[in-house]
Ligand binder design. Structure first.
Ligand SMILES: *[C@@H]1O[C@H](CO)[C@@H](O)[C@H](O)[C@H]1NC(C)=O
Ligand SMILES: *[C@@H]1O[C@H](CO)[C@@H](O)[C@H](O)[C@H]1NC(C)=O
Ligand SMILES: *[C@@H]1O[C@H](CO)[C@@H](O)[C@H](O)[C@H]1NC(C)=O
Length: 429
């Protein structure tokens, strides 16, 4: 095992805390979207997970008594799914990055009116631009070339909805930027509506939407603006409120990962009327419960013929340059090239999480298409905003003197890595 010096440990803790702050700050630009829409939809699927919603649930007083989680799992865990059928054909997620300035970037950062200031790296001073010019080349086959018109044709008359956290939100912005140039002005619009933001392509009668649900199940982090909390509480089997928002979408793209990784315990509120008794679990156990409830929703509710469900695997972070460059003390700051080593794996991708997610998705067999972006994104230590984004907090002179201390090595610059996730999505539609 690696031995860490005291200062490394302090730096580690600092970076962990800091990274979380970054994560929390990403939606701060959505202050304008405060109107909160209460969900009235009562979904009609069987109740292995809980669909009842508690209007006006007071999260701040929810857990007055806390005991440790002893492994009771939601009923969903006991349900059986069939074994996944054998995968055939080319594994598009196994491959390499090829520098290709003729095909990439797929759009210009400055020409996308829906670009986010947290992802617009060149606008915020990033000096290099090679990070925009890499193409993903699978080993055994070629990807179909991206074509915005063709994508819009695939979406004609449909709702495509991204559901998840700020990483998923980045992928949604990427998708909007990738198609929007093919739509004339006046025929497209963006409607922010609390947790749900909708991009419309009128001539195609299509929408590309983003719904904020970083933990998939109901939680005290569901407010798209005010979700900062050190004391995270979830309702491990409660999907009704969120599912009411997403169940009518034709194509769903889910993710969930980083919000479970704070290192802090997560409180489990099984029943809001249980006199405030909560259990407390680690992030992995809590995420497993949420994934099981979600998987059960998919298994029991998704109409395989009419709906398509994708799950995007964990997005890696690059917080420790010593993992790819032994002896160094930095992070993704000033990285300008992908990692070349095939099969490289850093600590930003948690193996236990991957196995847990893999086994749950495996049981769902063909009901969910896995966009397994973890390995290919692991190579892209150069793809993060680092210090070149809008930050909401002001930095102290000490921080400014040491850019590594506040570099964002979690999110991804656009154009960049999430565009390729969307090319993979395009290829499997
Ligand atoms: C693209 O890359 C090639 C080879 O690296 C280089 O010669 C060319 O100038 C580049 N073109 C642009 C537009 O950057
Ligand atoms: C993109 O797709 C549209 C519609 O399928 C097609 O008409 C067009 O030729 C394609 N463009 C390219 C460059 O392949
Ligand atoms: C994703 O790919 C990795 C290999 O890169 C594999 O170990 C993992 O099980 C896959 N995850 C899923 C959910 O299929």
């Amino acid at each position: 095992m690696r031995r860490w010096s005291r200062t490394s440990v302090q730096l580690f803790l600092f970076l962990v805390v800091f990274s979380l702050l970054l994560l929390f700050s990403i939606v701060h630009d959505e202050r304008a979207l405060r109107t909160r829409e209460a969900s009235t939809a009562q979904p009609s699927f069987p109740t292995h997970f809980v669909t009842e919603t508690f209007d006006g649930l007071d999260w701040s007083n929810a857990c007055t008594t806390v005991r440790s989680y002893r492994g009771k799992s939601s009923p969903a865990a006991e349900r059986r799914w069939q074994q996944k059928s054998r995968e055939e054909g080319c594994d598009v997620f196994s491959g390499r990055w090829v520098y290709d300035n003729s095909s990439h970037p797929l759009y210009e950062e400055a020409s996308c009116p829906y670009m986010s200031d947290q992802l617009a790296c060149r606008k915020h001073g990033r000096p290099d631009e090679e990070y925009q010019r890499w193409r993903w080349q699978p080993h055994g086959c070629n990807l179909n070339k991206w074509n915005a018109t063709e994508m819009l044709e695939k979406l004609r008359g449909k709702r495509l909805m991204f559901v998840g956290d700020s990483l998923n939100r980045g992928q949604w912005i990427s998708m909007v930027c990738m198609v929007q140039s093919a739509i004339p002005d006046g025929k497209k619009s963006m409607t922010p509506n609390a947790a749900l933001t909708i991009f419309r392509a009128e001539e195609y009668d299509a929408t590309i939407e983003f719904y904020w649900a970083p933990l998939l199940v109901e939680s005290n982090s569901d407010d798209p603006v005010n979700h900062r909390s050190n004391d995270r509480i979830i309702r491990p089997d409660a999907l009704g409120k969120h599912a009411g928002q997403w169940e009518k979408a034709d194509i769903l793209v889910f993710n969930s990962y980083l919000w479970w990784r704070s290192g802090q315990k997560i409180k489990l509120l099984w029943k809001p009327d249980d006199d405030g008794i909560c259990e407390e679990a680690n992030g992995l156990d809590a995420m497993k419960l949420a994934m099981e409830a979600w998987a059960d929703w998919v298994a029991s509710t998704v109409n395989h013929l009419a709906q398509k469900v994708f799950f995007v695997t964990m997005s890696p972070t690059h917080l420790w340059s010593r993992e790819w460059n032994p002896g160094s003390e930095g992070n993704c700051f000033q990285e300008t090239n992908p990692i070349n080593e095939e099969g490289y794996w850093g600590s930003g991708s948690d193996m236990h999480t991957m196995q847990m997610v893999g086994s749950i998705l495996g049981r769902l067999q063909t009901k969910v298409v896995v966009l397994n972006i973890t390995q290919l994104s692991e190579y892209r230590k150069d793809g993060h905003p680092s210090i070149y984004r809008k930050f909401w907090e002001t930095h102290s002179p000490q921080q400014l003197a040491n850019p590594v201390s506040y570099a964002d090595c979690i999110h991804w610059c656009l154009p960049g890595v999430p565009d390729v996730w969307n090319e993979l999505l395009f290829n499997s539609l």
